[in-house]
Ligand binder design. Structure first.
Ligand code: SAM
Length: 300
Protein backbone atom coordinates (compact mmCIF):
# COMPACT_ATOMS: atom_id res chain seq x y z
CA UNK A 1 0.00 0.00 0.00
CA UNK A 2 1.39 3.45 -0.94
CA UNK A 3 2.36 5.64 2.02
CA UNK A 4 0.45 8.85 2.61
CA UNK A 5 2.44 12.01 1.78
CA UNK A 6 2.74 14.36 4.76
CA UNK A 7 3.27 18.09 4.14
CA UNK A 8 5.13 18.76 7.40
CA UNK A 9 7.18 16.68 9.85
CA UNK A 10 4.53 17.14 12.57
CA UNK A 11 1.88 15.64 10.26
CA UNK A 12 3.81 12.37 9.95
CA UNK A 13 2.07 9.54 11.78
CA UNK A 14 4.82 6.94 11.56
CA UNK A 15 8.52 6.45 10.80
CA UNK A 16 7.87 5.63 7.13
CA UNK A 17 6.00 8.90 6.54
CA UNK A 18 8.71 10.84 8.35
CA UNK A 19 11.38 9.21 6.17
CA UNK A 20 9.45 10.12 3.00
CA UNK A 21 8.94 13.71 4.17
CA UNK A 22 12.65 14.06 5.06
CA UNK A 23 13.87 12.57 1.78
CA UNK A 24 11.64 14.95 -0.21
CA UNK A 25 12.93 17.97 1.72
CA UNK A 26 16.55 16.95 1.14
CA UNK A 27 15.90 16.20 -2.53
CA UNK A 28 14.42 19.66 -3.09
CA UNK A 29 17.46 21.31 -1.48
CA UNK A 30 19.85 19.82 -4.09
CA UNK A 31 22.51 18.82 -1.61
CA UNK A 32 25.72 16.92 -2.24
CA UNK A 33 25.99 13.31 -0.99
CA UNK A 34 28.91 10.94 -0.79
CA UNK A 35 29.95 11.03 2.87
CA UNK A 36 28.75 7.56 3.75
CA UNK A 37 25.31 8.07 2.18
CA UNK A 38 24.78 8.21 -1.56
CA UNK A 39 21.43 9.95 -2.02
CA UNK A 40 18.64 11.90 -0.30
CA UNK A 41 16.81 8.77 0.91
CA UNK A 42 19.92 7.32 2.60
CA UNK A 43 20.79 10.67 4.13
CA UNK A 44 17.22 11.08 5.40
CA UNK A 45 17.40 7.61 6.97
CA UNK A 46 20.69 8.41 8.73
CA UNK A 47 19.26 11.61 10.22
CA UNK A 48 15.74 10.38 11.05
CA UNK A 49 16.90 7.11 12.64
CA UNK A 50 19.42 9.04 14.71
CA UNK A 51 16.80 11.57 15.85
CA UNK A 52 14.41 8.76 16.85
CA UNK A 53 17.13 6.68 18.50
CA UNK A 54 16.44 3.72 16.21
CA UNK A 55 19.06 1.24 15.01
CA UNK A 56 19.36 0.80 11.24
CA UNK A 57 18.94 -2.94 11.70
CA UNK A 58 15.34 -2.23 12.79
CA UNK A 59 14.40 -1.06 9.23
CA UNK A 60 12.04 -1.71 7.50
CA UNK A 61 10.15 -3.28 10.45
CA UNK A 62 10.12 0.10 12.19
CA UNK A 63 8.48 2.02 9.31
CA UNK A 64 5.01 1.50 10.82
CA UNK A 65 6.07 2.64 14.28
CA UNK A 66 4.14 5.72 15.38
CA UNK A 67 6.09 8.96 15.94
CA UNK A 68 5.04 11.59 18.47
CA UNK A 69 5.29 15.33 17.85
CA UNK A 70 8.49 15.75 19.91
CA UNK A 71 10.33 13.03 18.00
CA UNK A 72 9.13 14.49 14.69
CA UNK A 73 10.44 17.91 15.74
CA UNK A 74 13.84 16.43 16.63
CA UNK A 75 14.06 14.85 13.19
CA UNK A 76 12.88 18.03 11.50
CA UNK A 77 15.56 20.08 13.27
CA UNK A 78 18.29 17.77 11.97
CA UNK A 79 16.93 17.82 8.42
CA UNK A 80 16.71 21.63 8.42
CA UNK A 81 20.27 21.92 9.78
CA UNK A 82 21.53 19.58 7.03
CA UNK A 83 19.94 21.89 4.44
CA UNK A 84 21.00 25.20 6.03
CA UNK A 85 24.57 24.26 7.01
CA UNK A 86 25.41 21.95 4.06
CA UNK A 87 27.61 19.73 6.19
CA UNK A 88 27.79 15.92 5.90
CA UNK A 89 25.03 14.28 7.96
CA UNK A 90 27.66 12.41 10.00
CA UNK A 91 28.81 15.75 11.48
CA UNK A 92 25.25 16.31 12.73
CA UNK A 93 24.77 12.82 14.17
CA UNK A 94 28.41 12.36 15.30
CA UNK A 95 28.49 8.81 14.03
CA UNK A 96 28.99 6.79 10.85
CA UNK A 97 29.80 3.22 9.77
CA UNK A 98 32.97 1.94 8.15
CA UNK A 99 33.45 -1.68 7.06
CA UNK A 100 30.44 -2.46 9.25
CA UNK A 101 31.92 -0.81 12.36
CA UNK A 102 30.46 2.18 14.17
CA UNK A 103 32.89 5.12 14.13
CA UNK A 104 32.40 8.40 16.01
CA UNK A 105 33.19 11.52 13.99
CA UNK A 106 33.64 15.23 14.65
CA UNK A 107 34.55 18.10 12.35
CA UNK A 108 38.20 17.45 13.25
CA UNK A 109 38.31 14.44 10.94
CA UNK A 110 37.26 13.43 7.46
CA UNK A 111 33.99 11.50 7.32
CA UNK A 112 35.08 7.86 6.69
CA UNK A 113 34.14 6.66 3.19
CA UNK A 114 37.25 5.15 1.62
CA UNK A 115 36.72 2.07 -0.58
CA UNK A 116 39.67 0.66 1.38
CA UNK A 117 36.93 -0.45 3.82
CA UNK A 118 36.22 -3.37 1.50
CA UNK A 119 39.85 -4.44 1.53
CA UNK A 120 39.97 -4.23 5.34
CA UNK A 121 36.88 -6.48 5.60
CA UNK A 122 38.71 -9.11 3.52
CA UNK A 123 41.82 -8.84 5.69
CA UNK A 124 43.70 -7.57 2.59
CA UNK A 125 43.24 -10.95 0.90
CA UNK A 126 44.01 -12.11 -1.75
CA UNK A 127 47.04 -9.81 -1.74
CA UNK A 128 48.49 -11.54 1.29
CA UNK A 129 47.49 -14.21 3.77
CA UNK A 130 45.47 -12.49 6.49
CA UNK A 131 46.53 -14.99 9.19
CA UNK A 132 50.21 -14.10 8.61
CA UNK A 133 49.87 -10.33 8.98
CA UNK A 134 51.64 -9.17 12.15
CA UNK A 135 52.09 -5.43 11.66
CA UNK A 136 50.01 -2.79 9.92
CA UNK A 137 50.65 0.94 9.53
CA UNK A 138 47.75 3.30 8.76
CA UNK A 139 49.18 6.68 7.69
CA UNK A 140 46.76 9.61 8.21
CA UNK A 141 44.32 7.69 10.36
CA UNK A 142 41.84 10.55 10.96
CA UNK A 143 38.99 8.98 12.97
CA UNK A 144 40.96 5.72 13.14
CA UNK A 145 38.49 4.00 10.80
CA UNK A 146 40.98 2.06 8.63
CA UNK A 147 43.16 1.06 11.60
CA UNK A 148 40.11 -0.17 13.54
CA UNK A 149 38.64 -2.10 10.59
CA UNK A 150 42.06 -3.67 9.90
CA UNK A 151 42.50 -4.67 13.54
CA UNK A 152 39.07 -6.33 13.59
CA UNK A 153 39.80 -8.27 10.38
CA UNK A 154 43.39 -9.22 11.32
CA UNK A 155 43.17 -10.53 14.88
CA UNK A 156 46.90 -11.33 15.13
CA UNK A 157 48.10 -7.93 13.91
CA UNK A 158 49.42 -4.92 15.79
CA UNK A 159 48.32 -1.71 14.09
CA UNK A 160 50.08 1.67 14.24
CA UNK A 161 47.59 4.48 13.50
CA UNK A 162 49.30 7.80 12.81
CA UNK A 163 48.38 11.38 11.97
CA UNK A 164 49.80 14.89 12.20
CA UNK A 165 46.60 16.34 13.64
CA UNK A 166 46.44 16.31 17.46
CA UNK A 167 42.63 16.56 17.35
CA UNK A 168 42.34 13.65 14.94
CA UNK A 169 44.65 11.57 17.14
CA UNK A 170 42.51 12.32 20.21
CA UNK A 171 39.34 11.17 18.40
CA UNK A 172 41.07 8.10 16.95
CA UNK A 173 42.12 7.14 20.51
CA UNK A 174 38.51 7.45 21.69
CA UNK A 175 37.29 5.28 18.80
CA UNK A 176 39.98 2.67 19.47
CA UNK A 177 38.93 2.53 23.15
CA UNK A 178 35.25 2.18 22.20
CA UNK A 179 36.21 -0.84 20.09
CA UNK A 180 38.28 -2.31 22.97
CA UNK A 181 41.33 -2.42 20.69
CA UNK A 182 43.65 -0.45 22.97
CA UNK A 183 46.21 -3.25 23.14
CA UNK A 184 46.38 -3.80 19.42
CA UNK A 185 46.03 -0.33 17.91
CA UNK A 186 48.70 2.15 18.87
CA UNK A 187 47.65 5.73 18.03
CA UNK A 188 50.61 8.08 17.67
CA UNK A 189 51.82 11.23 16.02
CA UNK A 190 53.96 10.74 12.92
CA UNK A 191 54.53 12.88 9.83
CA UNK A 192 54.33 10.13 7.17
CA UNK A 193 57.25 7.96 8.45
CA UNK A 194 58.98 10.59 10.61
CA UNK A 195 58.45 9.49 14.20
CA UNK A 196 58.19 5.77 13.53
CA UNK A 197 61.86 4.80 13.82
CA UNK A 198 62.96 1.81 11.73
CA UNK A 199 59.79 -0.28 12.19
CA UNK A 200 58.73 -2.53 9.32
CA UNK A 201 55.17 -3.53 8.43
CA UNK A 202 53.43 -6.27 6.44
CA UNK A 203 50.83 -3.73 5.32
CA UNK A 204 51.19 0.01 4.92
CA UNK A 205 47.80 1.50 4.13
CA UNK A 206 46.84 5.13 3.66
CA UNK A 207 44.05 7.41 2.56
CA UNK A 208 46.21 10.55 2.50
CA UNK A 209 45.29 14.09 1.47
CA UNK A 210 45.45 14.29 -2.35
CA UNK A 211 43.28 17.19 -3.56
CA UNK A 212 45.23 19.85 -5.52
CA UNK A 213 44.83 23.40 -4.13
CA UNK A 214 43.12 24.59 -7.33
CA UNK A 215 40.42 21.92 -6.97
CA UNK A 216 39.62 22.76 -3.34
CA UNK A 217 37.68 25.86 -4.37
CA UNK A 218 35.48 23.81 -6.69
CA UNK A 219 34.53 21.20 -4.07
CA UNK A 220 30.89 21.08 -2.89
CA UNK A 221 30.27 22.82 0.45
CA UNK A 222 29.89 19.48 2.23
CA UNK A 223 33.53 18.69 1.39
CA UNK A 224 34.74 22.12 2.37
CA UNK A 225 33.24 21.51 5.85
CA UNK A 226 35.93 18.85 6.33
CA UNK A 227 39.43 19.69 7.67
CA UNK A 228 41.56 21.13 4.86
CA UNK A 229 44.60 19.21 6.11
CA UNK A 230 42.72 15.98 5.51
CA UNK A 231 42.02 16.83 1.87
CA UNK A 232 44.55 19.20 0.35
CA UNK A 233 48.10 18.31 -0.63
CA UNK A 234 50.80 20.43 -2.28
CA UNK A 235 52.49 19.59 -5.59
CA UNK A 236 49.23 19.14 -7.47
CA UNK A 237 47.90 16.78 -4.78
CA UNK A 238 50.94 14.51 -4.89
CA UNK A 239 53.12 15.77 -2.00
CA UNK A 240 52.06 13.25 0.68
CA UNK A 241 51.71 10.34 -1.77
CA UNK A 242 55.29 11.04 -2.97
CA UNK A 243 56.63 10.79 0.58
CA UNK A 244 54.66 7.59 1.21
CA UNK A 245 56.09 6.01 -1.96
CA UNK A 246 59.65 7.16 -1.27
CA UNK A 247 59.85 5.62 2.21
CA UNK A 248 57.65 2.55 1.76
CA UNK A 249 60.38 0.06 0.84
CA UNK A 250 62.34 0.92 3.99
CA UNK A 251 59.27 0.29 6.16
CA UNK A 252 57.83 -2.83 4.52
CA UNK A 253 58.74 -6.46 5.22
CA UNK A 254 60.04 -8.30 2.10
CA UNK A 255 56.56 -9.69 1.26
CA UNK A 256 54.69 -6.59 2.44
CA UNK A 257 52.21 -4.47 0.48
CA UNK A 258 51.50 -0.77 0.16
CA UNK A 259 47.87 0.30 -0.40
CA UNK A 260 47.13 3.98 -1.07
CA UNK A 261 43.98 5.85 -2.08
CA UNK A 262 44.65 8.55 -4.68
CA UNK A 263 41.02 9.18 -5.71
CA UNK A 264 40.65 11.64 -8.59
CA UNK A 265 44.41 12.23 -8.50
CA UNK A 266 45.03 8.70 -9.84
CA UNK A 267 45.79 9.94 -13.39
CA UNK A 268 48.41 12.35 -12.05
CA UNK A 269 49.97 9.52 -10.04
CA UNK A 270 50.30 7.41 -13.19
CA UNK A 271 51.87 10.33 -15.09
CA UNK A 272 54.28 11.24 -12.28
CA UNK A 273 55.53 7.64 -11.76
CA UNK A 274 55.20 6.02 -15.21
CA UNK A 275 57.62 3.18 -14.38
CA UNK A 276 55.97 1.98 -11.17
CA UNK A 277 53.87 -1.17 -11.79
CA UNK A 278 50.75 0.00 -9.91
CA UNK A 279 47.86 -2.43 -9.48
CA UNK A 280 44.68 -0.30 -9.47
CA UNK A 281 42.13 -2.11 -7.31
CA UNK A 282 38.50 -2.76 -8.19
CA UNK A 283 35.78 -2.73 -5.55
CA UNK A 284 32.46 -4.56 -5.49
CA UNK A 285 30.79 -1.73 -3.58
CA UNK A 286 32.07 0.97 -5.92
CA UNK A 287 34.79 3.59 -5.67
CA UNK A 288 38.28 3.42 -7.06
CA UNK A 289 41.53 5.33 -7.35
CA UNK A 290 43.30 2.95 -4.93
CA UNK A 291 46.65 1.45 -5.90
CA UNK A 292 48.63 -1.46 -4.51
CA UNK A 293 52.35 -2.15 -4.79
CA UNK A 294 54.37 -5.08 -3.45
CA UNK A 295 57.54 -4.25 -1.50
CA UNK A 296 59.71 -5.58 -4.32
CA UNK A 297 58.07 -3.24 -6.83
CA UNK A 298 58.97 -0.11 -4.87
CA UNK A 299 62.07 2.02 -5.37
CA UNK A 300 64.98 1.27 -2.99
C1 SAM B 1 41.91 11.90 3.73
S1 SAM B 1 42.11 11.98 5.50
C2 SAM B 1 41.86 10.23 5.85
C3 SAM B 1 41.36 9.93 7.22
C4 SAM B 1 40.99 8.45 7.41
N1 SAM B 1 42.13 7.58 7.20
C5 SAM B 1 39.87 8.05 6.48
O1 SAM B 1 40.09 7.28 5.55
O2 SAM B 1 38.73 8.54 6.67
C6 SAM B 1 43.84 12.20 5.59
C7 SAM B 1 44.44 12.27 7.00
O3 SAM B 1 45.84 12.41 6.85
C8 SAM B 1 46.34 13.30 7.83
N2 SAM B 1 47.61 13.84 7.33
C9 SAM B 1 47.82 14.90 6.51
N3 SAM B 1 49.14 15.06 6.28
C10 SAM B 1 49.77 14.06 6.95
C11 SAM B 1 51.14 13.70 7.11
N4 SAM B 1 52.12 14.40 6.53
N5 SAM B 1 51.44 12.61 7.88
C12 SAM B 1 50.45 11.91 8.49
N6 SAM B 1 49.14 12.21 8.37
C13 SAM B 1 48.80 13.27 7.62
C14 SAM B 1 45.23 14.33 7.98
O4 SAM B 1 45.31 14.98 9.23
C15 SAM B 1 43.97 13.44 7.83
O5 SAM B 1 43.52 12.99 9.09
Amino acid sequence: MARRTAAAAQDCRNVGELLDWAARRLQRARLHYGHGTGNAADDAAALVFHALGLGHDSAPASYRRPVDARAARRAERLILRRIAERVPSAYLTGVTWFAGHEIRVTRDVLVPRSPIAELCRRGFEPWLQASRVRRVLDIGTGSGCIAIAAAHALPRAQVDATDVSARALALARRNVRRHHLGRRVRVRRADVYTGLGARRYDVIVSNPPYVPAAEMRRLPREHRAEPRRGLQAAAGGLAVIARILEGARRHLTPDGILVVEAGNTAARVRRRWPLLPFTWLEFELGGGGVFLLHAGELPE
